[in-house]
Structure formats: structure tokens, C-alpha cells
Write a new protein. Structure first.
Length: 527
């Protein structure tokens, strides 16, 4: 690596613009520059060629909302309150006492925008992006949306769907934002929905990949790769616009993903290199995802870094380059400032840094789907089935309604299972340098290392669990206060078309709340 002599912060004179591009469910092997033999991603390849490609970058969580909460705050997702994706229960929310990337960059005098998917607090306006530090929110707050039949809001006001492919809509909106704010520093969080389900793409591109993969892979793979290529094309158009406006050399571009892809489907055989696991678990494929940083003239071209880094590192790293002190009400970052590394300098202490993960449904469970990585070593507690299951009948009606209908508000279903007395398995130890597929458990060969890493993990879990309980209490308290004088909707009417009778067999469909329990009790008279 060539080490560049460049100062940090105010030494640049002009504050750098920042564009943070986040793909949705894009796996480690879903890009051409990460070895995928089928997909074409020339624009992302270009960013990697002009900057840094990380081989061991870790998302904070293997699931959408928790990962995004950590990215947005620079803090472990548990601390923020966001531990799962069920928006109806509020466990995707970032507590209002937390500051987001939008808050930080707005404090530094930047124009701020979040374009695309949110999914960090839906059914209470206080949690929407235009109240969380972003001057502009153009996108959807739900966890998913159709790529053609979508509903997109601009700071709370819905706009007419023109029928264009949604990924292209987000790319063009990003370009407009850059054009409109080219004369002042801007921070853009471009939050693509691609390549998250539903698998939909323009027919011409699907046909291209059907021809390319032939009978080697299912048709679903062709659609997936078409979705990725459309996103890549839009990224190229955005970079071209920066070049045309002479902003490229003063704009830091980050590209990454919120979590790994889905692999356990008969309809999908996407390339995943040597890694194991998938979205939803903390095996490598669930949390190790692509990450590229390109700052033309500042980052070393074609640099590849194998040092493990973490999603909580982005905010402290990018914000440090503004040269502005943090807001007075800022909480401590869990991430590290990587800006010296981005500019070609070594950070020796990162090589043996411990980075932690834990993901279960509804509430954190210490020894289920948890891990700690330290250097080449990874200690992993296997998933306990009971803690990983989603209550589809109770939680999916609101998600599925949100795919079709305009945004609405409602109180939380705040009852959460605690998973007491679950059976815990012994942790497994892997050497990822020798065994990236996590096939060979060597825990019995290194008992002292297992004990040391387990102690570190327990100390971490104690800390984040304590903060999660505080944030969860804050979220419930805020929601209760919010609804004290509001009329609440009737869930039987609200979800009339969306009850999941397919997951709960019942002859009595007249009163669905008898079957699908747990919906809010009204704090005030319903309409």
C-alpha cells in the first residue's frame, strides 16, 4: 500500500461532500469485483478501481432494520432500540434520544437527504427521516415495496407513481439532489431497495442474464442480477454527474450493503464464494458484505484491505473528515475512526480489534446467533430455533399492507417474547483465514482463547443489553404519550384484507383478533 500524505478535517479547506450508497440484501458475492462470474457491475468496479475495496467488512447485523440503525448512529444497534424488523412492534425504531447521520451532518452545515428505503420507525411520524436530521426524505418508510407499483413520499406527502422502475427513480432523485446542492456541502444517504424481494427487473435485462446463465442457475438468479445491474447503472450516472459538476474530487463515495443475501431457496442459487450462512444469521455470509470507498485523488486507486472493519465505523470516520465537533447531545460512538486508513495510513490496533454480533427475533438472547471476531478468530454461538422464528400471522399483515397502501399511523404492539430457559449450545471457534466457510470447529484445541473471547463477548452483551432496555422503555413511553389524545384505528378494519389465514388455520374468520392476538389495546376511543 502507498501511504499518502494528506491531512484530515479542516486541513482540506473545503468540507468534502459525502454520498453513502446502501444496497439491500446484497451479498458478498453479488458483485463482479468480488468474484461473481455472471453479473456486470462496471460502475461499482470503477469505484473500487479508483478507491478501496474491503474484503472483511462486516455489517452490524444480518437483518435490515438493526443494521441500518447501527450504520445511521455509529452505535451497536441494540443500544438504539432496533433489534428486529417488525415495525408493528416498534423493534425497528431508533430511539429519539439517538442522533443519526442526518443529525450529525446537518450540525456540520450540510444539506442532508435520505433517498430510498427507511425502515427504522414507521407508524409514528416522529421517527420518519425528515424528523431525524434529513432535510429531504424521498422514498418509502416500510420494509419493502414493489418496484413498479410503489408509493413514494416526499417529506410526508405522497407523489404520483409514474410507472418507472423504482431503482431508476431513486437514482434520478439522487442526481437532482446533487445538482440542487452543488454549491454547498451535502450528505446524501442513497438507500436502494435493490436487490431485496420482490424479484422484479426490466425484461430486456432479465433476458440478457437468462441467456448468460442458461441452465446453470434458476431464472430467479437472472432477475437478481438484472436488478443489481440497474442499480449499478444508476450509480454510474450519479458519478458521471459529479464529474460534470467538477465535484468528484471533493466527494467521498461509500458503497455497501445492509446485510447478506438469501441463499436457502430452491429458486435462487446466487454466487457466494466460500462463505457460509445467509441473511438473518451471524455466520459469515449473513454479515460480511461488500464495502468500497472512493475519494478520487485521496484514496489509493485499486487498494484492497483485509483488515476487519465494522458498520459502526462509517459515521465516526466520515464525520471526522468535516473537521466539525460533534453535537453536544451526541452519545459515544462504538465505531472507530477509519479516516487515516482511508487516506493510506495504518491503524495497527484494528488488526486484533474485537467486533461483536448478536441477532435473534424480538429480544436479544445472549447465546443464540452471537459471535465475536478477533483477528483471524471467530467465536460463534449457534442459533436456537425458538429464538429465530418470526410470528408471521401477527407481524406480517402490517408489512404486507404497507407494500400496497399509503403510510398510516397506529400504536405499537409492544408485547415481546423473552425466550426464557432456552437450551444453549457450546460456542464454536473458527479460524477464518484457514476456514472461511466455518466448517471446522477448533474450540477444543484452544480452550483459553475460547474463554477469553467468551468473556469479552459477555461484557459486550451486558453493556448493549442494558442500553437496549433503556431505549426500549423510551420507545414505549414515547409511543404511549404520542397516542394519549389521538384516536386509534380498529385493527380488524385496518388489516381486513391482510390477515394471514394461511399460517393459522381457523374456521372462525369473523373475529380475527381472537386468532391473531396481541394487537394494541386502545389508549383512547377508536374511530
Amino acid at each position: 500500500m502507498v501511504f499518502l500524505s494528506i491531512s484530515i478535517g479542516s486541513g482540506y479547506g473545503q468540507k468534502p461532500n459525502v454520498i453513502f450508497i446502501l444496497a439491500d440484501d446484497l451479498g458478498w458475492g453479488d458483485l463482479q469485483c468480488y468474484g461473481n462470474p455472471y453479473v456486470e457491475t462496471p460502475s461499482i468496479n470503477r469505484l473500487a478501481a479508483e478507491g478501496i475495496r474491503f474484503t472483511d467488512y462486516y455489517s452490524p447485523s444480518p437483518l435490515c432494520a438493526p443494521a441500518r440503525a447501527a450504520l445511521l448512529t455509529g452505535r451497536f444497534n441494540h443500544r438504539t432500540g432496533a433489534v428486529d424488523v417488525s415495525s408493528n412492534r416498534g423493534i425497528d425504531r431508533i430511539a429519539l434520544s439517538e442522533l443519526t447521520m442526518g443529525d450529525y451532518f446537518k450540525h456540520a452545515g450540510y444539506a442532508t437527504a435520505l433517498i430510498g428505503k427507511w425502515h427504522n420507525g414507521l407508524y409514528n411520524e416522529a421517527y420518519l427521516p425528515y424528523h431525524r436530521g434529513f432535510d429531504l426524505f424521498y422514498g418509502f418508510p416500510n420494509g419493502g415495496q414493489d418496484y413498479y407499483k410503489y408509493n413514494l413520499m416526499r417529506n410526508g406527502v405522497y407523489e404520483k407513481n409514474d410507472g418507472c422502475y423504482m431503482t431508476d427513480v431513486f437514482s434520478q432523485e439522487a442526481i437532482r439532489f446533487v445538482e440542487q446542492h452543488q454549491d454547498k456541502p451535502f450528505f446524501l444517504f442513497l438507500s436502494h431497495h435493490a436487490p431485496h424481494i420482490p424479484y422484479l427487473a426490466p425484461d430486456s435485462l432479465i433476458d440478457k442474464y437468462v441467456r448468460r446463465i442458461g441452465n446453470k442457475l434458476p431464472r430467479q438468479d437472472a432477475i437478481l442480477y438484472a436488478m443489481i445491474e440497474v442499480m449499478d447503472r444508476g450509480i454510474g450516472e450519479l458519478v458521471d454527474k459529479l464529474e460534470a459538476l467538477k465535484l468528484r474530487e471533493n466527494t467521498i463515495i461509500v458503497f455497501t450493503s445492509d446485510n447478506g443475501g438469501q441463499y436457502s431457496s430452491r429458486e435462487l442459487r446466487r454466487y457466494q464464494g466460500a462463505l457460509s450462512g445467509e441473511k438473518g444469521n451471524v455466520l459469515e455470509q449473513g454479515i460480511r458484505v461488500p464495502a468500497i470507498v472512493s475519494w478520487k485523488g485521496k484514496t489509493e486507486s485499486g487498494c484492497v484491505i483485509g483488515t476487519p472493519v465494522h458498520g459502526c465505523d462509517w459515521l465516526p470516520s466520515l464525520y471526522s473528515l468535516t473537521g466539525v465537533v460533534s453535537p453536544k447531545n451526541a452519545k459515544p460512538f462504538d465505531g472507530k475512526d477509519l479516516s487515516p486508513m482511508l487516506l493510506g495510513r495504518k491503524i495497527p490496533e484494528l488488526a486484533e480489534r474485537k467486533i461483536f454480533f448478536q441477532k435473534t427475533r424480538y429480544t436479544p438472547v445472549r447465546y443464540s446467533d452471537g459471535s465475536v471476531r478477533m483477528g483471524p478468530w471467530k467465536l460463534y454461538w449457534p442459533m436456537i430455533d425458538e429464538t429465530m422464528k418470526k410470528d408471521i400471522g401477527r407481524d406480517n399483515p402490517s408489512y404486507e399492507k404497507g407494500l400496497v397502501d399509503l403510510h398510516w399511523e397506529m400504536p405499537l404492539d409492544s408485547q415481546l417474547p423473552t425466550f426464557a430457559n432456552v437450551k444453549v449450545e457450546s460456542p464454536q471457534l473458527f479460524n477464518l483465514e484457514r476456514d472461511p466457510s466455518e466448517r471446522y470447529d477448533v474450540a477444543t484445541e484452544h480452550p483459553n482463547l475460547v474463554s477469553y473471547m467468551a468473556d469479552s463477548y459477555n461484557n459486550w452483551f451486558d453493556s448493549v443489553e442494558k442500553d437496549w432496555k433503556i431505549s426500549w422503555a423510551e420507545i414505549k413511553r414515547q409511543d404511549s404519550t404520542y397516542w394519549e389524545k389521538k384516536l386509534t384505528p380498529d385493527p380488524e378494519e385496518l388489516f381486513e384484507k391482510y390477515w394471514r389465514w394461511d399460517v393459522i388455520k381457523s374456521e372462525d374468520k369473523a373475529r380475527p383478533l381472537r386468532t391473531f392476538k396481541g394487537y394494541w389495546s386502545s389508549p383512547s376511543p377508536r374511530k
